[in-house]
Design a protein around this ligand. Structure first.
Ligand SMILES: *Cc1c(COP(=O)(O)O)cnc(C)c1O
Length: 401
């Protein structure tokens, strides 16, 4: 008899659960399961799962590893970057007052409770960034306009209620006209305001602290290949105040011992990873895809470096009407194919999408190349080929149906 939970089953868990065998050329996406967890982290999680541990001691051990890798004075693991942001901000508000920590988020009497963010940094990563601030009980004070912040926008936004400045590093922010991290830190620090950096999706584990940030937050489950988790690192007093939020608002963002152990193992594996070898495999995938699109009518493709200078390239695929596809149509046909291929489509209304080579299992690059070729050369036009982009959230509202 086939049972859906038997460990010895030789069917793939996706098959047993009735899930589509997707190929992810989109990126490290929460909606697609966040990451391929590295083997070192998987064994650490399995080893930790049946053990009792003293969680503060486990987090002390994590602090040592995080400090070594990031150059921070201390650090801890949390549920994800979004919770790390909330905890860092709550910590900047309460300091080590245990009573203030219990009173958040609605009772902020006597606390600094404003957080300044450049308007061009108010992104959405699956939920709006400003909500991670508001969950702490803080109020967002936007500085500047969507495409430009001047020094005085930030300087004049600071007052005696300012708890922190929040700086965001991602391709989702406005990519020009913003204050640099150095300028942002200089203006905040002149008034004694700590700077918290959301670097959830960045490879550089040391640079933002080195450039002046007081606290930096990374995702454990993006490039690090850890379990779903967040890493908070920086100035010891601020990290401690952030950590203490586990006794307050962060109780609803609890991280398990297995994820702490897994994130630590992923950090240590990152130190030893063959980064050049990975880069080479990614380059081979990009070259293969580019080649498979060569000479296709209405299609052109270019290898493009990551917009925030992570050591990573993607293939930008331009889709013009002569291909008899729209970019959205081609993306949707690939996603409906067998196997389903999920491309990076957040700018698809501009007539292109990206193929991201960071999350491939062996053999998948070739499958993607084959599918691209067969979809584009097929005589049958799928109904969706010329699909146009419409904002439509009705699918989300049907869950679980
Ligand atoms: C992914 C991301 C987040 C959210 O990270 P989680 O760890 O998934 O909560 C926040 N900020 C930025 C810039 C991100 O890229």
């Amino acid at each position: 008899m086939k049972t859906s939970s038997s460990a010895g089953s030789n069917t793939n868990i996706r098959e047993r659960l009735g899930l589509r065998p997707i190929i992810n050329v989109s990126g490290t996406m929460t909606a697609l399961g966040a990451s391929i967890i590295v083997p070192e982290a998987i064994s650490a999680m399995a080893e930790m799962a049946p053990q009792w541990v003293e969680m503060d001691d486990l987090q002390r051990a994590a602090s040592t590893v995080i400090a070594r890798l990031t150059g921070g004075e201390a650090g801890f693991i949390t549920a994800c970057s979004a919770s790390g942001i909330t905890m860092a901000i709550a910590g900047a508000m309460t300091g080590t007052s245990l009573l203030a920590i219990e009173r958040l988020p609605d009772d902020t009497g006597g606390l600094k409770s404003e957080v300044i963010i450049q308007l061009g940094h108010l992104v959405n990563y699956g939920a709006p960034l400003d909500q991670s601030v508001r969950v702490a009980g803080a109020r967002v004070v936007p500085a500047g306009t969507v495409g430009a912040t001047q020094d005085y926008h930030l300087r004049e936004a600071i007052n005696e209620r300012t708890a922190a400045g929040l700086y965001v590093v991602t391709h989702h922010t406005a990519q020009y006209g913003m204050l640099s991290l150095e300028e942002f830190c200089e203006i905040c620090h002149a008034r004694g305001v700590p700077v918290i950096v959301d670097a959830a999706s960045e490879y550089d584990l040391r640079g933002f602290l080195a450039r002046g940030a007081d606290i930096v937050i990374y995702s454990g489950h993006k490039f690090l290949g850890g379990p779903t988790s967040g890493i908070v690192t920086g100035r010891k007093d601020l990290v401690r105040s952030a950590y203490l939020q586990n006794r307050g608002v962060a109780r609803a963002m609890k991280v398990g011992k297995e994820s702490i152990a897994g994130a630590m193992a992923a950090l240590e594996a990152w130190e030893k990873r063959d980064h050049a070898g990975i880069r080479q495999r990614e380059k081979a995938a990009l070259d293969l895809w580019k080649q498979s699109l060569q000479g296709m009518e209405g299609i052109s493709a270019e290898i493009i470096p990551d917009p925030t200078a992570n050591p990573l390239d993607r293939l930008q695929v331009f889709v013009r009407p002569e291909s008899r596809f729209t970019a959205a149509g081609l993306a949707s046909v690939l996603a409906a194919g067998s196997p389903p291929i999920i491309v990076r489509d957040h700018e698809v209304e501009l007539g292109y999408f990206f193929l991201d080579p960071c999350n491939l299992h062996p053999g998948e690059a070739e499958i993607v190349a084959g599918q691209l070729h067969s979809v584009l050369t097929s005589k049958d036009r799928p109904a969706d080929a010329m699909k146009t982009v419409r904002k439509d959230s009705s699918g989300a509202l049907r869950w679980p149906d």
